[in-house]
Design a protein around this ligand. Structure first.
Ligand code: FO1
Length: 304
């Protein structure tokens, strides 16, 4: 079994690659990006993994369903609703059904398992916790939900700090611990180290389990040089006073990471990373096509 800690658009590429190589995959999904909006409970990272593995993810945006229409959203706009978060018509069905199931008293992990089967995904998809947690961004325009910062304000405000609301009381999903303990490999994909991986690690007790199983943990850098492959990782890392380099990532993960795959363009970081006790592997980590995804996944399985 292989367990992957997952955020959104960056993680799914490697997850798809691993799914093409390996049949017993468990994906632990970040849930701190989840948001109540338009009366619906939206779980972007869970949906990105499920749509990605079901082969229906929009390849251009990296979220939502391919070739979706936006009739409902346009109608809402016509009715005067603020529609900064773009929900497609087919995607809407997922949020509607999930919200009904939640209101009927079902846990998020039960609902996610139900969707996994409906979308014919064979990999397990496990929400990191069933309890509500939320990444909050403290900015020069006030504190806001991560989706407000990233989508509504297009990541423009200056970020002072980031906090994970609710993580002090959230209970780790027991299946997460089971997956980590039973896996022969635990993968930290090229995901946002603050808003995706950071939000999973902020759940009390989770990091300790990873530290315990550190010999099995391999990471892939989400940065090439000092630039994120996608998304606002650099902005978040700077706000958290973390050096936005592959070394900064390795240092941030060093309690539980034993192996780290970096871009061959970052060869000069090799010595520093090995200096903190993390074994370094260099390859082409940019995933632009499914061939790239499969190649990196197979490299990970063969080399590490
Ligand atoms: N990202 C955007 O940049 N703009 C959107 O309007 C938007 C809508 C959206 C709807 C459903 C969904 O599952 C994801 C959506 N995302 C959108 C992506 C989302 O903000 C990010 O992918 C994750 O939160 C980052 O992990």
């Amino acid at each position: 079994m292989i367990t992957v800690l997952a955020g959104g658009t960056g993680s799914i590429k490697l997850i798809r690659g691993l799914a093409s190589q390996h049949c017993d995959l468990k994906v632990i999904s970040n849930v701190a990006d989840n948001i109540w909006l338009y009366g619906l409970y939206i779980c972007p990272d869970i949906d990105t993994v499920i749509y990605g593995l079901a082969g229906i993810l929009d390849p251009i945006q990296g979220w939502g369903i391919r070739n979706d229409s936006f009739q409902c959203l346009h109608q809402m706009e016509m009715l005067g609703e603020q529609t900064w978060f773009k929900i497609g018509d087919r995607d809407l069905a997922t949020h509607l059904v999930r919200t009904i199931m939640l209101k009927n008293g079902n846990r998020l992990s039960y609902i996610t398992e139900w969707f996994r089967k409906r979308y014919s995904v064979s990999a397990g998809v496990i929400p990191a916790t069933d309890d509500p947690i939320e990444t909050r961004i403290l900015t020069d325009r006030g504190e806001m939900h991560i989706q407000e910062f990233w989508v509504k304000h297009r990541a423009e405000p200056t970020v002072f700090n980031i906090r994970y609301k609710g993580t002090e009381h959230a209970r780790i999903n027991p299946e997460v611990i089971l997956a980590i303990r039973k896996s022969k490999l635990i993968v930290v994909p090229p995901a946002n180290p603050v808003s995706s991986i950071g939000a999973i690690l902020a759940i009390k007790g989770l990091k300790e389990v990873l530290v315990d199983e550190r010999k099995k943990v391999v990471g892939v850098s989400p940065l090439i040089g000092n630039r994120a492959v996608s998304g606002p990782a650099v902005k978040y890392m700077e706000a958290m006073k973390l050096p936005a380099t592959p070394f900064g990532i390795a240092q941030n993960y060093s309690d539980f990471l034993t192996k780290f795959v970096i871009s061959k363009d970052d060869r000069d970081s090799y010595g520093m990373i090995e200096g903190i006790g993390v074994k370094v592997y260099e390859t082409d980590i940019l995933m632009k096509s499914s061939d790239d995804e499969n190649r990196l996944a197979s490299y990970l399985l063969r080399q590490t």
